[in-house]
Design a protein around this ligand. Structure first.
Ligand code: ZN
Length: 689
């Protein structure tokens, strides 16, 4: 089970896709309408989508999106529905087709076909999963029951981590922030069942209520395991106490965006001194890490605090905590009663989702998660040609040129810092479409009919793959996700951008659309990712991906004044009810949106070469550019998920991404002839890049 939010680099995405929550939910399939009816709506932009009853100068998002929003309500099995999801859904049908073909047990299947085919078939085999019941958990439960002292906790944490169950803390490999070409070990905070540490402490009415429901959920899971109600109630309280204790030492999401706060390179001895009661040597050896002498301890306070929490609870309490996470972490491959209970809390209560996704969609998701590069190889053969790669690279080139011109002309930055910024820009490398180095699953055993074992072995295999990197040079050919992903990333530690095949399609990129629409769509996305290299976080890393200050003090001050403007502007936007956005948490993404749209606009003007294109459907190229941008952010979300995302998501809601950005651009005002006092004309327009 992977965390939704990993350290630092996972933050620099285009959008948060709620996959981790999807993985938390599973069920016997409810009967859905025929799939073909739900398949692939036309995602191309059309002028008919515009809501002519709205003045674009009053609310550009409503002008561009309100019709789409009315026509595309949130499906009952989702908490969030946007253009990204439409596109991802089309990909699901492609992948299902691939998996169904591979799942036919016939002679001559390749090793990879056997793996994905049997993995998917096992996941779909609800009968076998029901029949197995909780038996697959018994080995773990026996191991937990057999622990004789807290001194044996490291061995048990090893077993659970290798199976993919997240207890106590996280352990992984990562680039060394100050020597980014080298991979090192990393210990991170972890071990919580709620989405974020803040959930344990907020004292507003809704948060208090949510905690009660969480405790009730944990109790229900224990009763499903066979414990009587009073025992389960007591156990759930223990879980809550331990997790609250762990959460006390954890950093909040805003702090986790600050590289200075999540990089603490310690020797193994220094780590041991933080928590002398936990034998790290036993853990590191057991979990399968190569030997090392120093590592990044993301938050030393978390480890120190963890030691206290271990001491404060009895061994029996710890066994209860481990048992809870074992059932929680494996819920997707357990019988329907568990899956339904899990759905009730994590999807319905936490996110406002009404019903479970059909089983095949969940199984497609799990297969993508566990064997993504096998699926991906076939996916790109079917959907992505060399032409798509060429065209995208051409656009990236145009955007990089525009960003270079933008940096050279910045009124607030001195020449020395400009020279450094240009060195960094020139060093950015582009990864388009799919990886040059597919993951090797040859050591992973997939057994038809054993969904539980397949899931655990896949987790174990993947953890070993990641841990094997410790002490090795960074391999930039490896991608963090498979090519059907609808997203894009900038990685500050590698100084590169990644555009998977999944996003290089309408409405982001349409080879039948004019330049204006494409520069507003995928162009602004490319600009967004490039700008991440220069946002409040990315700007702290240099051309080689090292955490190193390349700014003059006075330019840094100017930069902070300008990012402060963006922070304060977005902190005034309301997400839901009276809940406002966290301006600091969303600062990097908002900076990237603003910078990205600006340089995409500059790049579009460059393509005109002095000759304005003729209007299409009565819309000028400039007007269409902004529509191409707004169009990709049309989305609906439940109030519950809007509330959740304010706490954990560094991205602003679609409405603010659109209106916040265009209102900062005089070019928008000009394109739509807005009066100076219009709501879409910011009186205090912020500009960083
Ligand atoms: Zn981003």
């Amino acid at each position: 089970m992977r965390n939704l939010l990993k350290v630092l680099t996972a933050f620099m995405t285009l959008a948060t896709v709620l996959l981790a929550q999807d993985k938390m939910a599973q069920n016997n399939a409810s009967q859905n309408q025929p799939d073909a009816a739900k398949q692939a709506p036309d995602v191309r932009f059309s002028v008919d989508q515009l809501d002519k009853s709205v003045d674009p100068c009053n609310d550009f998002y409503a002008y561009a999106c309100s019709k789409w929003m009315a026509q595309n309500p949130i499906p009952s099995d989702r908490s969030f529905w946007g253009r990204f999801n439409e596109l991802a859904q089309r990909g699901e049908y492609v992948v299902r087709d691939i998996l169904e073909k591979a799942s036919v047990d016939r002679p001559g299947r390749s090793a990879n076909e056997q793996k994905v085919g049997d993995y998917y078939a096992s996941c779909m085999d609800e009968g076998a999963i029901e029949k197995a019941g909780t038996k697959p958990l018994e080995r773990d439960f026996q191991n937990i029951a057999a622990i004789k002292s807290k001194g044996e906790l490291p061995q048990e944490v090893v077993r659970l981590h290798r199976e993919g169950t997240g207890v106590l803390f996280g352990f992984d490999s990562d680039s060394d922030f100050k020597n980014a070409s080298q991979m090192i070990a990393e210990v991170d905070q972890g071990g919580l069942g709620l989405p974020d540490r803040d959930y344990y402490f907020k004292d507003d009415e809704k948060s208090v209520e949510l905690r009660k429901k969480y405790v009730a959920h944990v109790a229900k899971m224990f009763t499903l395991l066979g414990d009587d109600e009073s025992k389960a109630a007591a156990e759930s309280k223990v879980v809550m106490e331990i997790e609250t204790g762990l959460a006390k030492g954890a950093l909040d999401q805003t702090s986790r965006r600050d590289p200075q706060k999540v990089y603490h390179k310690l020797t193994n001895q220094e780590l041991a001194a933080l928590s002398p009661g936990f034998n790290w040597n036993i853990y590191f050896e057991g979990v399968g890490a190569p030997r090392f002498d120093a590592l990044n301890v993301v938050e030393p306070e978390f480890i120190k605090n963890m030691q206290g929490v271990i001491g404060a609870h009895s061994l029996e309490d710890w066994k209860t905590y481990l048992r809870w996470h074992t059932v929680h972490g494996n819920v997707q491959v357990l019988p329907a009663a568990f899956v339904n209970e899990n759905f009730d809390f994590y999807n319905q209560t936490l996110q406002g989702t009404k019903e479970l996704r059909p089983r095949w969609k969940r199984c497609v998701g799990y297969t993508n998660n566990d064997l993504g590069d096998v699926v991906g190889q076939v996916y790109v053969q079917q959907t992505f040609g060399a032409e798509g790669k060429e065209r995208t690279l051409t656009m990236v080139g145009a955007l990089e040129k525009a960003l270079g011109a933008d940096i050279k002309n910045l009124p607030w930055m001195g020449e020395d810092t400009k020279a450094q910024a240009l060195v960094k820009l020139q060093a950015i490398t582009n990864r388009i479409g799919y990886t040059d180095k597919w993951r090797d699953y040859s050591t992973l055993q997939i057994v038809r009919g054993d969904a539980f074992g397949n899931s655990q072995r896949a987790n174990q295999n993947d953890l070993q793959r990641r841990l094997n990197k410790i002490g090795q040079p960074l391999d930039k050919r490896e991608w963090p996700y498979p090519p059907m992903t609808v997203n894009a990333t900038y990685n500050p530690l590698q100084n590169n951008i990644t555009f998977p095949a999944g996003i290089l399609q309408p409405p982001f990129y349409d080879n039948q659309a004019d330049d204006a629409m494409n520069f507003g769509g995928i162009g602004a996305v490319i600009g967004h990712e490039l700008t991440h290299g220069f946002d409040d976080q990315g700007s702290q890393f240099d051309a080689d991906g090292n955490l190193r200050d390349w700014w003059t003090a006075s330019d840094k001050k100017q930069f902070e004044e300008r990012t402060g403007c963006v922070r304060d502007e977005y902190a005034n936007f309301v997400a839901v009810d009276d809940l406002k956005l966290n301006g600091k948490l969303t600062l990097g993404e908002n900076t990237a949106d603003n910078g990205g749209l600006r340089i995409a606009y500059m790049a579009l003007l460059n393509t005109f070469a002095g000759k304005e294109p003729a209007p299409i459907d009565g819309l000028s190229a400039e007007q269409r550019f902004f529509l191409g941008f707004a169009n990709v952010w049309c989305q609906n979300r439940t109030d519950a998920v809007a509330r959740m995302l304010v706490t954990i998501d560094p991205h602003s809601p679609g409405k603010n991404r659109v209106n916040g950005t265009v209102s900062n651009m005089p070019e928008f005002r000009e394109a739509y002839h807005c009066p100076a006092t219009a709501p879409m004309v910011s009186q205090n327009a912020c500009r960083v890049w």
